[in-house]
Design a protein around this ligand. Structure first.
Ligand SMILES: [Zn+2]
Ligand SMILES: [Zn+2]
Length: 373
């Protein structure tokens, strides 16, 4: 944008203000940077995490410090670089016998920043069990052994949190339908598998979500980035990487680990939220601030959406709307006016909506309520 354009925009804004056009009356774009934004929920801080990414120390294309720079730009709270333990295609050019090295380099790159870097690695095997990430590791080198059950047992000995990666990956599961094999059941029975990716990169799995619900596993959504976040997710044009939103008591590694173990997470990808209603519902309700305009039978309300999600809501209230059909869209970081036909003046009333771009289980949407006073 050149200097002349900036000036003309400023003049336009002044004209609008002087002429009494109230910007709050209509939906208006809020100047918003690329940082991923969701509110805290009662009792917990909402931590934005990407726990699956690669560097040149396995099959990625960048040095670990670039992963940290990307995470800072995206406003993440925690990351784990999870280079493959058993797959080192750049090994001849970049030999590194220490499997903790990408963690150490990332940790150095994040020094002085408000970003938690977690030691992690990707256990990289044929299906079953396929790939799994172990995070909160003490020493990734000790996972470099042949017997796959022993690898998972060693991760557990170190107190790691372990999740099944991309169970829907068509290279290992031709039909894309995540399904538990005998070996997974054994891992589950020994308590060696604690979570599952229901989102990996740009793929989503309803079946993985069902497995998470059936076996009480933590739901995760991660980028599994190998190239650049900006290119993969078209960030300059409003795209975003998938993240796992984790609800922690405080911003610390210990607190995050406790939150993962207690399965307090919601997955955010492609303008869709997935998680249990006990976390999803307060997250969406806290995203929305409703303000009443005056007091009338056809009541105007302003709903400010303070999150990154464009919420698609279906009206379940006792009242119909005057300016919308039964589906409304509340755009991210914008204020939307709705008019509610109350049939008589009411000092207080409740609205209820189904959130169509959120899921608590396959084909099930959470419901939110708003009390207007
Ligand atoms: Zn993998
Ligand atoms: Zn991976």
């Amino acid at each position: 944008m050149n200097k002349y354009m900036k000036q003309s925009n400023l003049i336009l804004l002044l004209v609008l203000c002087i002429s009494g056009v109230s910007i709050a009356q209509s939906s208006h774009p809020h100047v918003h940077n690329r940082a991923i934004e969701f509110p805290d929920i009662p009792g917990y801080m909402t931590m934005k995490c990407d726990l699956h990414m690669h560097t040149v120390l396995s099959d990625g294309s960048v040095w670990p410090n670039i992963r940290i720079q990307e995470a800072l730009r995206d406003g993440l709270d925690a990351v784990s670089i999870t280079d493959h333990l058993e797959y080192q295609p750049h090994g001849d050019d970049i030999p590194h016998p220490d499997r903790n090295r990408s963690y150490q380099l990332a940790k150095q790159a994040a020094e002085g920043e408000d970003l938690i870097v977690i030691n992690g690695a990707e256990i990289t095997r044929a299906m079953p069990p396929g790939h799994a990430n172990a995070i909160f590791l003490e020493d990734a080198n000790k996972l470099n052994q042949d017997d796959v059950m022993e690898v998972f047992r060693e991760a557990k000995r170190q107190g790691a949190f372990v999740f099944w990666n991309h169970p829907n990956w068509t290279s290992q599961q031709e039909d894309g339908v995540a399904s538990l094999k005998e070996l997974h059941l054994q891992l589950l029975s020994e308590g060696l598998l604690n979570g599952i990716e229901i989102v990996n990169g740009d793929t989503y799995s309803d079946e993985a979500l069902q497995i998470a619900l059936d076996h009480n596993l933590t739901m995760l959504g991660n980028s599994d980035i190998h190239g650049l976040i900006d290119w993969q997710y078209d960030v300059p044009h409003g795209g975003h990487r998938p993240v796992t939103l984790v609800f922690a008591s405080e911003k610390s590694e210990e607190s995050l680990k406790e939150a993962f173990e207690q399965r307090r997470s919601v997955v955010w990808f492609n303008n869709t939220l997935v998680g249990k209603a006990e976390f999803l519902t307060p997250l969406i309700e806290k995203s929305l601030k409703v303000t009443r305009q005056g007091n009338s039978v056809v009541q105007s309300l302003l709903i400010e959406n303070q999150s990154d999600a464009d919420y698609i809501l279906e009206n379940l209230s006792a009242y119909t709307l005057h300016d919308h059909a039964s589906v409304i869209i509340l755009k991210a970081h914008e204020t939307t006016r709705i008019q509610v036909k109350l049939l008589q003046e009411r000092s207080t009333f409740d609205l209820r909506f189904k959130v169509l771009n959120a899921f608590t289980e396959p084909d099930q949407h959470p419901e939110i309520s708003m009390t207007v006073e």
